[in-house]
Design a protein around this ligand. Structure first.
Ligand code: SF4
Length: 352
């Protein structure tokens, strides 16, 4: 597929043609990755962040957020619950900090989860994905040695102009790209993704994002529609409402299909942000080529304080309710849950 093919998928107004594209993406998913949907229990363990991305609700300048760090015990408890449910993998996510206290803390919880989650069903313990931002290669190596084996670092956009517009001057696109390369050198399976439907973003830029995923040989993708957070500088931009929520949702599904058709055997998450716009957003994503879901394990008492965007769904459901709800949604989409498995992407497995 070339850039024009991708632009066609992202922009065609022909609904019949779009349904054909959706069907082709679903067929590619089933052929290359199988029918299973894998869970990654999501633990948002801290909303402290040293960065100031202009779109993000937990940016350091937002003084209206109550800041928290979960205790090591709480994080391990949530991860082990996840293992008991047969989820197979957890994602540890937080704001970005590069101080030694934070790095040592992450290292310690990764090692502890790995150690305590070994069972006869999963002798190698839970699969651990980290999503804690841009770090040095030495830090990535420490996290990998502690037992994490996947890392999600969203590029957000590969357009230099848009990246610059969305970030403070100290954040640079080339550094972000170098971080993705450093993750690979450190041994990680690497995930990235973008926000879809940003103010000023074109379908040509999104097509370039997809080609970037291919060119850096990405293993997994986590991307979703841009949703405004009211306490951010970006919410005041004049063009913030240039696309409706329905348009951004539609574009996000097209991006999933295009990524599936282009990359075939990578893992693609059905982002929670889709459900913020459409109650059936995540099921729809499954039928457009996604195969990963991230059930919420963050304790409900702090979940309200981890809102990157307005209207985040599932803020009050317990982990148990979340599990039951997802089981119904996945069965409704005609798919099976892949229990007691890390659910690494075929793409990563085929590279071994
Ligand atoms: S997007 Fe990430 S790095 Fe940027 S402000 Fe939000 S939590 Fe921090």
């Amino acid at each position: 597929m070339n850039k024009n093919d991708l632009i066609h998928i992202l922009a065609t107004p022909d609904r019949l043609e779009l349904e054909r594209i959706r069907g082709a993406a679903e067929e590619t998913l089933l052929r290359c990755c199988g029918n299973k949907v894998y869970f990654r229990g999501l633990i948002e363990f801290s909303n402290l962040c040293d960065n100031d991305c202009l779109y993000c609700g937990i940016r350091k300048s937002n003084r209206r957020v109550a800041r928290y760090v979960l205790t090591k015990e709480k994080i391990i408890e949530a991860a082990l619950w996840c293992g008991e449910q047969g989820y197979g993998s957890v994602v540890l996510q937080s704001g970005e900090r590069c101080d030694e206290k934070f790095i040592g803390f992450v290292e310690e919880i990764v090692a502890a989860i790995k150690d305590k989650s070994r069972t006869p069903a999963m002798p190698e313990g839970l699969g651990i994905t980290l999503s804690v931002g841009e770090q040095s290669e030495a830090t990535y190596r420490r996290f990998f040695a502690a037992g994490a084996h996947r890392y999600l670092l969203r590029i957000e956009t590969t357009s230099p102009e848009l990246y610059k517009r969305l970030h403070p001057a100290n954040m640079r696109l080339p550094d972000r790209i170098e971080s993705l390369n450093a993750l690979r050198r450190a041994g990680f399976q690497v995930g990235t993704g973008v926000m879809i439907g940003l103010p000023g973003q074109t379908v040509e830029q999104l097509a370039d994002d997809l080609l970037f995923f291919r060119d850096i040989d990405i293993d997994m993708i986590g991307m979703g529609p841009y949703i405004m957070h009211h306490d951010t500088p970006l919410s005041a931009w004049r063009d913030v409402h240039e696309r409706t929520a329905a348009d951004r949702f539609d574009l996000a599904l097209r991006m999933i299909a295009a990524a599936r058709l282009l990359l075939e055997d990578v893992n693609i998450a059905a982002a929670t942000a889709l459900q913020a716009i459409d109650p059936e957003g995540r099921e729809k994503a499954l039928s457009w080529g996604a195969n990963i879901i991230m059930p919420q394990l963050t304790p409900t008492e702090v979940r309200h304080d981890y809102q990157l965007y307005d209207g985040k769904p599932c803020l009050d459901e317990s982990a148990d309710q979340c599990r039951s709800c997802l089981q119904i949604r996945i069965a409704g989409a005609g798919r099976e849950i892949g229990y007691d498995s890390w659910g690494d992407s075929r793409h990563a497995i085929n590279k071994r």
